[in-house]
Design a protein around this ligand. Structure first.
Ligand code: GLY
Length: 369
């Protein structure tokens, strides 16, 4: 064990112990923090795709410390998430992000049967979005009926999980078909990935690529690269299919070749150098994916790259002040839309930083699987 990572982890535990009562008093699921206050999701209330990261963070801290306060806070907020089942129309393909880290984590760490059933419910909602022409529909507007997005690679694990739980291949079959479509349509020859591909909902044939949260059409939004890297790695771990491992390594090679000299991650690897725009969520998530990739392949180069990312975040972008809430700074939700946060503390950045540190310390329960 490396005492530096232990020390930082203790500082993170102390910081969240201090700041979690405020979230409970406010009755919200923290999305980001600014000026010493937690702030809830910027869009669509508790059905916004990020709601699982706060309970996921609490479960990680509970697992690392055994402190019941973290468990209570996880349960308080995952109740808000399961209430969202009743909205139905506001939910989209982000069932893995929302429920694997909340109810799924609860089942994994405590064996709660209700949490298992809630997670199966979420998996069934995701399966309901599968178009048999070959993809999982991302969003809900009529104009977006054929949209699939790279982020969905991170949502597939809940389907594989449900197939294992129920001993029923339906869920895993849909996940594989979507992953194969992603291999075909998203992965580019240089190892980068697209963000949004539109398919014809009647045939599954490619219609167009659309610009998403990155700099422009055809550019390489770094968080999308991280979703692809970690998502294909998880899909390999779920299936043992070497094609997914190969894809994960190609995306990893591309990502690693774009890490900044200071270990931080630009918001888009094709962004102009006239204005600095960093997204540390991408770096923290990629570090988690790289560590899983290192284990899966036995290749030390991926572990070294993960350490470059984690060390960069710890050296330059952690806020240890007592009067502010979260830890990781310079998180950016989207290249062009600052509404969800730019160069600020965002909860899912903290989640991936903590997951990465738990992996380094050997305490990560691998909530994604
Ligand atoms: N899944 C949406 C995002 O990464 O912002």
């Amino acid at each position: 064990m490396n005492s530096r990572y232990d020390e930082v982890s203790e500082m993170i535990v102390a910081k969240f112990r201090r700041s979690l009562p405020m979230a409970a008093e406010m009755g919200i699921i923290p999305y980001k923090s600014e000026n010493g206050r937690w702030i809830g999701s910027p869009y669509e209330g508790n059905s916004w795709w990020t709601g699982g990261f706060w309970p996921g963070l609490m479960w990680q801290l509970f697992n690392a410390t055994g402190d019941e306060a973290f468990k209570q806070e996880a349960r308080r907020t995952q109740q808000l998430l399961t209430d969202e089942f009743r909205t139905y129309l506001q939910l989209n393909h982000d069932m893995g992000f929302m429920y694997l880290l909340s109810t799924g984590a609860d089942y994994k760490l405590t064996g709660s049967e209700q949490a298992r059933v809630d997670t199966l419910h979420a998996a069934s909602l995701l399966l309901g979005r599968f178009n048999p022409c070959g993809y999982i529909r991302a969003w809900n507007s009529k104009a977006q009926m054929g949209y699939a997005i790279i982020d969905c690679m991170m949502n597939l694990s809940i389907l594989f999980w449900a197939s294992r739980q129920l001993e029923d291949p339906r869920f895993a079959n849909a996940a594989r078909i979507h992953a194969d479509m992603s291999l075909r349509e998203f992965l580019r020859p240089d190892g980068s990935v697209s963000h949004i591909i539109e398919l014809d909902p009647a045939t599954g044939k490619r219609v167009a690529e659309h610009p998403g949260q990155g700099y422009c059409l055809g550019s390489s939004w770094s968080r999308g690269q991280a979703w692809g890297l970690y998502g294909f790695t998880q899909t390999y771990l779920n299936t043992g299919d070497a094609r997914y491992l190969d894809a994960a390594q190609r995306i990893a090679g591309y990502f690693v070749s774009h890490i900044r000299p200071d270990g931080l991650t630009d918001c888009d690897f094709c962004q102009p150098d006239t204005e600095e725009r960093i997204d540390n969520i991408a770096g923290a998530c990629a570090a988690c994916g790289l560590m899983e990739l290192a284990k899966a392949t036995g290749e030390d180069k991926w572990q070294k790259a993960a350490l470059r990312l984690v060390d960069g975040l710890l050296a330059h972008c952690c806020d240890w002040s007592e009067e502010r809430c979260g830890v990781l700074t310079h998180c950016t939700a989207s290249y062009h839309d600052d509404g969800a946060g730019r160069h600020t503390n965002i909860t899912y950045g903290d989640y991936f930083l903590v997951e990465a540190l738990c992996k380094l310390r050997g305490t990560d329960p691998m909530l994604w699987m």
